[in-house]
Ligand binder design. Sequence first.
Ligand code: F1P
Length: 345
Amino acid sequence: MLGAQTLREIMEQPEAWSAAIRSFDAAAPEVARLFQERSPDEVIFTGCGSSYYLSMTAAATFQKVVGLRSRAVPASEVLQFPGSVFVPGSRPLLVASSRSGTTTETVHALAIARRRGIATLGLTCARRSPLARGADICIISPKGHEESVVMTKSFSSLLLLGLLLATNHAGGVTLRRDLRRLPALGKRIVKVALNLTGDLGADSARFVFLGAGPAHGIAWEAMLKMTEMAQRPAVAYHPLEFRHGPIAVVGPGTVVVFFGTRAGARLEADLARDLRRHGATVVTLRDEWRGAEEVDVDVTLGVRLDDEARCLLYLPFAQALAYHRAVGVGLDPDRPRHLSSVVRL
Ligand code: F1P
């Protein structure tokens, strides 16, 4: 069967999330000590590909919840433009994520940080990897390891570790409670996602993924899944940014997926209405149905979670959509073209 491994790994996510939570709990005192001893004034999340995209969501969440300046930077930028990343005299903490713990740019970014005396924390699925050995502290996603090239359960379980970092601080109480509900909720969500995406966008020429705040990294990951697995043209934007030019591509044959946030709900509903007028098929994922919006597919999760934790539950939809669009045209999601699971330079 095409994509059997990828499908299995998509379905295994809730278990990987439970294991990640246990792993975080074991590491939490050590993480607290690192923050105490090094007292960072900024947190820089880094990685490559999917691991960079999860860094985006982790950074947006960390800053909002903890109130400490945070941003995401591709590991290649640390490598090529360290002066644009690190501010002289500052005390950043570098959080480096990598499924393999071996990706060249990420391992080099870690080494560059260490040479500058910067504190480092690794998030990985590979216990015995250069990242795990090189970081001051490393937190493992014990069930995130994959046979597949494309990241699914590794992505969501590493993202969960990244989000849990914010719960180790005052202000993280609600997030902590929300994140702990995810494994139980995930079982239902994965099934719904696989059922709902079977034919969605089957005849569509292009996909647009929109997400604001913590959902922005999710939009990028959805774009990457569609590109890697299904080789279908796909882009990712902040929702309102989409009006500033990219909207020109929209017409019949475009599927626009909104990864909804509460803060963005009203303005995104206006955008959805305009996009439908231009002929797009609009899919909205969110927590609750608001009644009046015009969309073609309304996925109402009804989980009563804040945006930051709910974002994780959007991932099975993005993964299942890409999986189905690949299999639907005879592509094997387990064997994406030109890709290997680790990029070594
Ligand atoms: C990162 C990554 C993946 C991508 C591809 C190549 O790997 O860029 O996101 O899907 O498989 O590697 P890692 O640093 O997380 O191991």
